[in-house]
Design a protein around this ligand. Structure first.
Ligand code: TRP
Length: 334
């Protein structure tokens, strides 16, 4: 089973990213043949960004992933911009991508609505590059968060259309893997919306690199409800804040929500739930934060990890690109 996923370069990953994606990456190392993880600097340039900061953010993300448990010997961890096969395949795939589909993507609509000046063509083509990321490796499985469902559907359409046009079996039509637990970690201040890097409040977002005090403070201030007498039970519609805290606690500990509820049977107020949630989160994240500090300061090591990862990635993607070029009749064929 070949696994592929991409992650945006930023050190400011939050609990939703960690539970929804990063933790799955770590588990994927046991099953992946291989598990391939790509830090997508080329996707990061589709919105306004600071060139001088981009490489730093890639290193932040590399250190974070290593701190979370990725091992360079057990997976392929690399930077997208180091492997030109991604950009080449994305162009080749435009021949089987409909502009109408790209225009309809929710992420494109949301992000372009948020742009003040330039809506780049890159923003529109973002899902094509994402399709190329995965298809260049003939990956079978793509662990992603719920928000990537639409991009995955497009990718599958593109792969099917490519195969129908240029030859069955040339590309693998990948499956997405969206975690059942922890797919929906909501903002602590606004439990109707997902925890997110853009748009959410700092107080409502728990970052992977937050220290224990920050985590405890954010949890103490989490929005619940004023049911009187208070009631700890899962009810996403009527009690979104309380439900979120139960789900976070369960996901952080890797247990069922019922286990959390049973433990809180004698609770005297929501304070007990908040305490249980912050303990679970601190236990989950503290080791990652501690390892991060040491890893991030060794840039020579991080550069070496990325360089070796890129060499492994390119060795996997180059033969696929050769097949694709040959089937499409582009280049000399030699
Ligand atoms: N668009 C994804 C995100 O924002 C990141 C990504 C880029 C990706 N390429 C990918 C995810 C390929 C899965 C597979 O989270």
């Amino acid at each position: 089973m070949r696994i592929f996923s991409g992650i945006q370069p930023t050190g400011a990953k939050h609990l939703g990213n960690y539970i929804g994606a990063i933790r799955q990456y770590v588990e994927g190392q046991d099953r992946g043949e291989p598990a391939i993880y790509c830090i997508v600097d080329l996707h990061a340039i589709t919105v306004p960004y600071e060139p001088a900061r981009l490489r730093e953010r890639v290193l932040d993300t590399t250190a974070l992933l290593l701190a979370a448990g990725l091992e360079p010997e057990r997976c392929v961890l690399f930077r997208q911009g180091d492997v030109p096969e991604h950009t080449e395949l994305s162009w080749l795939l435009t021949s089987v991508t409909a502009t109408g589909e790209l225009n309809r993507m929710h992420q494109f609509r949301d992000k372009s609505a948020a742009q003040r000046e330039l809506i780049s063509a890159g923003l529109l083509f973002y899902p094509v590059l994402q399709a190329a990321d995965v298809l260049a490796y003939r990956a079978h499985e793509v662990p992603v968060g719920e928000d990537q469902r639409e991009h995955l559907e497009l990718m599958r359409d593109v792969a099917r259309r490519f195969n129908a046009r240029f030859g069955e079996g040339l590309l693998v039509v990948p499956e997405h893997r969206i975690p059942a637990v922890g797919a929906r970690i909501m903002d602590l201040q606004d439990p109707a919306r997902k925890m997110s890097t853009s748009g959410g409040s700092v107080e409502g977002t728990v970052y992977v690199l937050d220290g224990p005090e920050a985590i405890e403070k954010k949890l103490r201030r989490a929005v619940t409800d004023s049911e009187d007498p208070f009631a700890i039970r899962r009810d996403p519609a009527a009690k979104p804040g309380v439900t979120n805290l139960i789900d976070i606690t369960a996901a952080a500990r890797g247990v069922d929500g019922d286990v959390v509820l049973a433990e809180l049977a004698g609770a005297r107020g929501y304070g007990d739930l908040k305490l249980a949630a912050s303990r679970a989160i601190v236990t989950l994240l503290a080791p990652v934060r501690e390892r991060y500090a040491g890893l991030r300061s060794d840039e020579t090591y991080l550069d070496a990890v990325l360089e070796q990862g890129a060499a492994k990635a390119q060795a996997l993607a180059a033969p696929v690109l050769a097949d694709v070029r040959a089937a499409m009749g582009v280049g000399s064929g030699r």
